[in-house]
Design a protein around this ligand. Sequence first.
Ligand code: S3P
Length: 452
Amino acid sequence: MGHAETPLCPATGSKSEALKGDIRIPGDKSISHRSFMFGGLASGETRITGLLEGEDVIATGRAMQAMGAVISKQGDAWVVRGVGNGCLLAPEAPLDFGNAGTGCRLTMGLVGPYDFTSTFIGDASLSRRPMGRVLDPLRQMGVQVTSEPDDRLPVTLHGPRAPAPISYRVPMASAQVKSAVLLAGLNVPGITTVIEPVMTRDHTEKMLTGFGAILEVETGADGVRTIRLEGRGTLTGQTIDVPGDPSSTAFPLVAALIVPGSDVMIRNVLMNETRTGLILTLQEMGADIGILDPRQAGGEDVADLRVRASDLKGVTVPADRAPSMIDEYPVLAVAACFAEGETMMPGLEELRVKESDRLAAVARGLEINGADCTEGEDWLSVRGRPGGKGLGAVSKDAVVKTWLDHRIAMSFLVMGLASQHPVRVDDSAIIATSFPEFMDMMRGLGARIDVS
Ligand code: S3P
């Protein structure tokens, strides 16, 4: 059952005593999706430990099973027997990606060039999101597309008999679009080229190389990246240990900073620099975040974070940092509510097309909880109130609308932990898409979060 049909599950975050504890964040969502996809495509066996078992990733696993991959869980490890590059089978039923933009868009790329029909569906949130950004380059490769108006789901694809490689300049900062074109290129003869003006998360490039794809990246003096992938190569199963998700880390991290007296250790966090913009920004705001035992695991940088409650100051976040913290703005806006002075966040146009219009969802949620903020077309500014006096819902009707967006739900529950009054959200069930352990983990640290 998708979340469109699931009853809403309201929840409340309330003023909490100091948060204390030592936690290990579940696996990174981006790497988990790609582990199932690339493992399902590669020849032989892929063993994955630390996989995020959220609904989004499970939907990707089901899609790969529907196209021939064999996936099972053996103890702590997920074991995937892949079909071999170019050998996916036509799915017999529509592929249902639920709430997951990454699973849906990357799989569209993966199967688009195949000479068979595949149909993509999702929940109400995913069905509102633009798919043209992925369908346009697929059309250039010769893929036939049928969709709802404005390239919305459901979408049906049918690849050409002889797909042609393209050279594609990604028009927005999007790792999903970059990745979809590269994955399409895996089943197209010749060299597929992706030009990326602004660097986004590079998990697809790194992981495909690990699976044996012939891929080269050239970075110009101006920072523009040109990625060339040789199509129809062999991919071979790998062993993957998925590091902890920095985007999930953001919630206990901000909670520990804003709840007075807190001291929390967060272990095994992915520190890939295309993902660490939030940590840098919070440090500029005066956050006490110790980066301990930096090390390499499975080709990625990881570290443990020791986070202590801090007096934060407002900053202006450089617009060009947005790709490295794109999913973290809702919770940064919450941190900014407790900082002295103004935090200005420009360059946020992509927030309008996430699981919700996150710019509007955050601004409305902050307003009904007494925060002082201004929403621009592509920016948000927040003027904080150290100590949280007056923040939170003054009336019982002040309930944050989450729009089937897990990060809106988690951000506002965190806000309640340090606000004078509780903060209520209309739904917490959606959190299971990316961070099923959120409630238990936060309560284990001492957070007062109630489901009602
Ligand atoms: C993701 C890319 C980002 C991000 C999403 C995961 C990925 O989306 O918001 O949560 O795994 O490639 P965009 O590419 O739309 O920015």
